[in-house]
Design a binder for this molecule. Structure first.
Ligand code: UDP
Length: 502
């Protein structure tokens, strides 16, 4: 590797919603001249992304990989558990984050090796790596913070966290309070913001504070968003956090082939034959199918899942339902519930529902013209993929930033209909929380979304289509996200040329 090349070293967190956009960023940076890109991956995550990396190489954007040993067993996790989606139980997430943060010395050693004898390196680390700031400071490598959320959610979390007594002003879990400091009135209930903005114990609070500090000591922050979608919040975020922001999304739209090439599956391998799945969609009329998927890490109980399925069925609409990836026991109990109910038999004999037990080719499905609605858990990547496809959404948030994203989709962009979830699905409390949404509520939300809901429904569709156009422009030639990618590379070159590091 020549000295004049700018070397980006990317450290993605081992969860699909974090790694997928980071791999997209790696592809983007590697496609530009004068750059070299290395991804730091664990062996099993490396295997998963090999097809994407080889295609990228064939297109002239080669990405190097350095492997990290993931200390699963050392952290008390089952051997081979190298990704959040492989966790046998959602309650193990803290252990997983702990294991990921045990990678510090391995990352340090690799970076030292890469910097030798005189290489300009720039570290792009996922927000979840608490140790990244220390490593970059120690080695004198400029560091960029990858924030996997959007600016709106990040701002809400920032303001709630820094206004320490705001939550003391409300006694009831379901009473609304206004988020202080926002550019306009935004309200949530305590039960919706439980988690990131209200870390339950001292340890979590400290981790959250470190995360915020890491963001404010980084050279800048990359967001998977775009100017026309949330420029108000992007500017506000820059002012409040005094950080340089590069909004370079929607990342899923940079690869023009992604939406229509059956061979490109991000994340896991598809659990269905992609061609068959798209053929099934071909048999339905324009905009009639609802696609339901609650992300890569859904912790609803089997009983709640059945209610979701019953609601889809009762809506009378054709649907694709991604049942998900969870462990064998969970799948078994859901299957038993379905058998007792006669669900799968009814749905498949009516040929109206396609169930995917595992990983779905989401971007391809959303891009099919038969899909007219997306029931989503409001993970930021999925939300943005829905926007990019110009599809209105039924919102079913689970945890993390998802309730903020629901607010953004429904109340600010006005392109979504709430299914009616009231509280965060806290890890380890799933059975206690049980069924929050009944089949009939699912049916109503789907009907409202798909049947147009009168003028408002039409306006919703028009708005999301307009946003999809704007998204396309943002990643097109001369578009804001294209320009921001160029600016990011230019800025990174400046940071690495300076020999004084934060
Ligand atoms: N995804 C997919 N197939 C699936 C489930 C998820 O391709 O069956 C992709 C989806 O397109 C998105 C990512 O996984 O890019 C999920 O990220 P998101 O932020 O939406 O949610 P998370 O999984 O982190 O909760």
């Amino acid at each position: 590797m020549g000295d004049d090349k700018l070397h980006f070293v990317l450290l993605p967190f081992m969860a699909q919603g974090h790694a997928i956009p980071m791999i997209d960023i790696a592809k983007l940076l590697a496609s530009r001249s004068g750059t070299t890109v290395t991804l730091l991956l664990t062996p099993l995550n490396h295997i998963q992304v090999k097809p994407i990396l080889s295609r990228s190489s064939q297109l002239g954007a080669h990405i190097h990989v350095e492997e990290l040993h993931f200390p699963a067993e050392e952290a008390g996790l089952p051997a081979g558990c190298e990704n959040v989606d492989a966790l046998p139980s959602p309650s193990l997430i803290s252990k997983f984050c702990f294991a990921a943060n045990m990678l510090q010395s391995q990352v340090e050693t690799l970076l030292k090796k890469m910097m030798f004898p005189k290489q300009s390196c720039c570290l792009v680390a996922d927000m979840s790596f608490i140790f990244a700031a220390e490593v970059s400071q120690k080695l004198g490598i400029p560091r960029i913070f990858f924030n996997g959320m959007n600016c709106f959610a990040s701002l809400c979390i920032h303001h709630i966290l820094t206004c320490s007594n705001i939550l003391d002003t409300v006694s009831d879990e379901f009473e609304y309070f206004d988020v202080p400091g926002m550019p306009h009135k935004i309200s949530f209930t305590k039960s919706q913001v439980k988690g990131m903005a209200t870390p339950g114990n001292k340890e979590r609070r400290e981790a959250m504070e470190k995360l915020m500090r890491n963001e404010s000591t980084a050279y800048g922050v990359i967001f998977n968003t775009f100017e026309d979608l949330e420029h108000v919040y992007i500017r506000h975020y820059e002012n409040v956090r005094h950080r340089k922001i590069w909004s370079i999304g929607p990342l899923s739209m940079f690869d023009k082939e992604l939406a229509h090439n059956n061979a490109i599956i991000r994340g896991q391998t598809s659990s269905v034959d992609v061609t068959q799945c798209l053929k099934w969609l071909d048999s339905w009329e324009l905009g009639t199918v609802i696609y339901a998927c609650l992300g890569s890490f859904c912790n609803l109980t089997a009983a709640q899942m059945l209610e979701l399925g019953l609601g889809l069925e009762a809506s009378g609409r054709p649907f694709i339902w991604v049942v998900g990836l969870r462990n064998i026991e969970w799948k078994k109990s859901l299957q038993q519930l379905m058998v007792r109910n006669g669900y799968e038999e009814r749905v498949s004999s009516a040929r109206r529902g396609l169930l995917i037990w595992g990983w779905a080719p989401q971007v391809q499905i959303l891009s099919h013209q038969a899909v007219g609605g997306f029931l989503t858990h409001c993970g930021w990547n999925s939300s943005l993929e829905g926007v990019s496809a110009g599809i209105p959404m039924v919102t079913w948030p689970l945890f993390a930033d998802q309730f903020y994203n629901e607010k953004f989709l429904v109340d600010i962009l006005k392109i979504g209909v709430r299914v009616g979830v009231k509280r965060v699905m806290e890890f380890g409390k799933e059975e206690e929380i049980g069924v929050q949404v009944h089949g009939d509520e699912v049916r109503k939300a789907v009907e409202e979304l798909m049947d147009g809901g009168g003028e408002e429904g039409e306006a919703r569709r028009r708005r999301v289509r307009e946003l999809a156009e704007k998204a396309k422009k943002a990643v097109g030639e001369g578009g804001s996200s294209q320009i921001n990618v160029e600016n990011f590379i230019k800025d990174a070159r400046k940071f690495t040329a300076k020999k004084t590091y934060a």
